[in-house]
Design a protein around this ligand. Sequence first.
Ligand code: TEU
Length: 562
Amino acid sequence: DLDRVWWKEAVVYQVYPRSFNDTDGDGLGDLAGVVERLDYLDDLGVDVVWLNPVYESPGVDNGYDIADYRAINEQFGSMADLDRLIEGLHDRDMKLIMDLVVNHTSDEHEWFRRSRAGDEDYRDYYWWVESEDEEGNPVPPNNWESFFGGPAWTYDEESGEWYLHIFDTRQPDLNWENPEVRREIKEMITWWLDKGIDGFRMDVINLLSKPEGLPDGTDPEAIVTGADQFVNGPRIHEFLGDVYDEVLAGRDVMTVGEMVDLTVQEAREFLYPEGDGMSMAFNFDHMRLDFGPNGRWDLDDWTLRELKATMSHWQYGLAGRGWNSLYLNNHDEPRMVSRFGDEAYREKSAKLLATLTHTMQGTPFIYQGEEIGMTNYPFESLDEVRDVDTIKNVEVLREEGTVTDDEEIMRLVRHRSRDNARTPMQWTAEEAHAGFTDGEPWIGVNPNYEEINVADARENSDSIWHYYRDLIEMRADEDVLLYGDYDLLLPSHEEIWAYTRTLADETALVVLNFSRGTPRFEPPEGLAGRDAELLIGNYAVPVESVEAFALRPWEARVYRLD
Ligand code: TEU
């Protein structure tokens, strides 16, 4: 009695449209460019496309600053192009999920323009607070900080009040306490679902509810000051529960909530089947393992023991009580092969990481370019950086005197900047700009495109690209890999990550060597000696049974046991 659901069996491919494929030569990717590559995605075998924001927007945060929820940004094309995309996907039995960004809007949204101008009907759509010190000078209402650095409040001269923005000053936070805001958002969600999309990726969805009185943050360990107040605020489940009951219930949609600072226990309260109804969540626990004591802009080494413990904790914690999303990178994070793999063993380690995300329990998310092993960008100067988050945070590091050395700053950027993931998709070595555009790309193409590109990867049957295709096919065929229980083996081994998946009398065994060394795998009792066949691996190897063996550098093997 498996609880079979399509989104549990699906593989999702994330398209960052700005950097995917440009058809009109303006240097920015567009919707027609995604449509042009639908057969490419179909050939790879993915089931769902998650499209990053394409809505009307001034583009301060690459579309996460929405000026009109129901219009398409001209730079990406038109609503007719989006309709073609939906149709093209559905014709190929694929689905589309889009970003739902409702914690904040752009300051150019009609609601904010009116709110700022003092229109009574709209003033309370956002958070406006009057606040001054004893001398009557304006001071921020509390100590909350923006994720992009600096205070989460901006003073508006005109009205003499401050407005809240947990992200950029041009991304004012919506006031979910206001029932009109909730009504507008629910109508908008319905409008999109009626259009035929298949679900949403919900941006920073656990930040919607702010506590009464907007108290100061008190947790010095918080990801940003104030997060202990506005993460999972008091009415969050009421707000989301209402969206599910009134709008999403009865519709066969997939939702994935991006949630900052989420624990497994909290996740269950959001997720199907016990919580509000969300299909799955993106948590950040494994994205923090290489943060130093001073947070994200402080580099530290991650260890395999911690990575195993962290991801295994989610596997055990959601077993039967939720569903995991599986990702190692996206448009906000560095490239996974540069961060968790080894560029010196790029192909082997990219395949190993993919083996992991496709054989744990959960829905794998592939970020564009991952399937050819794209790497971080060799940034040499801040002029090459476009990302507001990187630029602002670097400013703060300099102002506060935390990091002032230019070389050190560039080292941070090369490891942390979101732009590492946002450089153009590398289609071919044969054309300028890797075939991404005929114009000037909005951000530099990684010079390694001559070696790392789709055309060559498809040509070579031993490539990362073909390995992804095999993994996707394998996962779809094996119930044990889809629904089997996860059990970690050798938890304290420093180089090997091994686990089993078990479903009734079926067992799969996964063995991954996260190192350049050749550690020996000793199968535990109960597995040793059992007949086995190799389902997939990144080295050629004959297998007949589960025996001890020395792994090769970055070797990955998946066995099915008889
Ligand atoms: O990201 C929210 C988020 O918390 C981070 O991943 C963020 O990019 C990082 O901490 C930088 O401070 C989401 C979107 O994915 C991101 O692209 C947007 O910039 C952000 O929300 C605001 O909408």
